[in-house]
Design a protein around this ligand. Structure first.
Ligand SMILES: Nc1ncnc2c1ncn2[C@@H]1O[C@H](COP(=O)(O)OP(=O)(O)OP(=O)(O)O)[C@@H](O)[C@H]1O
Ligand SMILES: O=P(O)(O)OC[C@H]1O[C@H](OP(=O)(O)OP(=O)(O)O)[C@H](O)[C@@H]1O
Ligand SMILES: [Mg+2]
Length: 282
C-alpha cells in the first residue's frame, strides 16, 4: 500500500484534497481525521502539518508527500521534488518599511524576522551577508511595528498582507514556490505505485489546463487549421460525409481556446466546439 502525506491545514490543505479527489482518491470526511485508507486504490493518506511532511518522507516511513517547495527547502530534509502541482503559488521575499533597504546587501548587521529560518539563513550565507535571523511562527508582518526586527522575509502572494502592514518588498525574490510532490532523495524512481499516482495527478493537471476542441474545415484549409491546433501528439482528422470537408479534434490550452476559435473561424472552419476534459492519461 502506497503511504502518502497530505497537508492537514493551511493554504495547501484544501487544494491538495481537491486534486486528490479529482484524481479518484478517497479523501477524509472530517478535518480531524489523521489518516484514512483508500482500499480500492491501495493508498493510505496521512494528514500532517505541511511543514513536517518533507521530514516524514525523508525518514522513509512514508513514500511520498504533498508540500510547498519553500517548506521543503526550509526543512533541509533529504527529500526531492518530483512533480510541481500548480497551486499555492507564491514568492518568498524580503520586506520592510519604505526606505529601510534597497537590496540584500543592505541587510548587513540587520535583524530579519521570518517563519522560514532555513531559507533565509541559507540565502544570507550564500550571499555572504552577516545578519541575524529571528524565528516567528506566523503573522511576521507585525514584527517590524513591534520592534522585533527591522526586516521580514515572508511568503507573498497578492501583497495584501504587506500593504496592510505598510511594508514594501525589496531585492530580488528569494524563491518561487508552489505545491509539489516530494519523495525521499534517492528513492526508487521506477516504483510502479508511485508512477501510477503521479500519472493520475498529471491527468488532473492536464484536465485543468486543456480543453478538447472539435471543428469542421475544408480540406484546402487543413494545414493552416492544424498549425493552429497541433494537439499534444497530432490532431485526429476524420472524413465528413460532405466531400471536401474534414472534422478535426485536438487538445488545446484552455487559456488560448477563445483566440484559437477566432483564428479557426477566420480561415473558414465552422462548428467549432470546446469541451472540458475530466480526466486523462497522457
Ligand atoms: N497566501 C498564500 N498564497 C499562496 N500560498 C501560500 C499563501 N500562504 C502560504 N502559502 C503557501 O502555503 C505553504 C505554507 O503552508 P502553511 O500551512 O504554513 O500555510 P498557511 O496558509 O500559512 O497556514 P497557517 O498560517 O494556517 O499555518 C507554503 O508553501 C506557502 O508558500
Ligand atoms: O500576499 P498575500 O496574498 O497577502 O499572502 C501572503 C500572506 O499569507 C500568508 O499568511 P497567513 O494568512 O497564512 O498567516 P501566517 O503569517 O500566520 O502564516 C503568508 O504568511 C503571508 O502573510
Ligand atoms: Mg501561514
Amino acid at each position: 500500500m502506497l503511504r502518502i502525506a497530505v497537508p492537514n491545514k493551511g493554504s495547501l490543505s484544501g487544494p491538495a484534497a481537491e486534486m486528490l479527489h479529482e484524481a479518484g482518491y478517497q479523501q477524509r470526511r472530517e478535518s480531524k481525521e489523521l489518516r484514512i485508507v483508500d482500499p480500492v486504490n491501495e493508498v493510505e493518506f496521512f494528514y500532517l502539518r505541511p511543514r513536517d511532511i518533507a521530514i516524514y518522507v525523508s525518514s522513509g516511513r512514508l513514500d511520498i508527500g504533498i508540500t510547498g517547495r519553500d517548506l521543503l527547502i526550509d526543512s533541509g530534509a533529504s527529500a526531492e521534488e518530483i512533480l510541481p502541482l500548480g497551486f499555492a503559488r507564491s514568492t518568498f521575499r524580503f520586506a520592510g518599511k519604505p526606505g529601510t533597504a534597497h537590496d540584500t546587501g543592505d541587510l548587513v548587521g540587520r535583524t530579519v524576522a521570518t517563519s522560514y529560518e532555513g531559507i533565509v539563513a541559507k540565502h544570507l550565507a550564500d550571499k555572504g551577508i552577516d545578519a541575524s535571523v529571528v524565528h516567528l511562527d506566523g503573522a511576521v508582518e507585525t514584527a517590524i511595528e513591534l520592534g522585533v526586527a527591522e526586516v521580514i522575509a515572508d511568503v507573498v502572494e497578492t501583497g495584501t498582507s504587506l500593504r496592510n502592514a505598510g511594508l514594501e518588498v525589496f531585492g530580488e525574490p528569494i524563491m518561487k514556490s508552489e505545491a509539489i510532490v516530494v519523495r525521499r532523495t534517492g528513492a526508487d524512481a521506477k516504483d510502479p505505485k508511485v508512477q501510477q499516482f503521479l500519472r493520475r495527478l498529471q491527468g488532473v493537471l492536464v484536465a485543468r489546463t486543456y480543453v478538447m476542441m472539435d471543428y469542421d474545415c475544408r480540406v484546402e484549409q487543413l494545414e493552416k487549421a492544424v498549425a493552429l491546433t497541433p494537439g499534444l501528439e497530432s490532431p485526429t482528422v476524420s472524413p465528413l460525409h460532405n466531400e471536401g470537408w474534414v472534422a478535426v479534434r485536438a487538445m488545446v490550452p484552455s487559456k488560448e481556446a477563445q483566440r484559437i476559435m477566432d483564428d479557426l473561424y477566420d480561415i473558414g472552419a465552422r462548428a467549432i466546439l470546446t469541451t472540458a476534459i475530466h480526466a486523462c492519461r497522457l
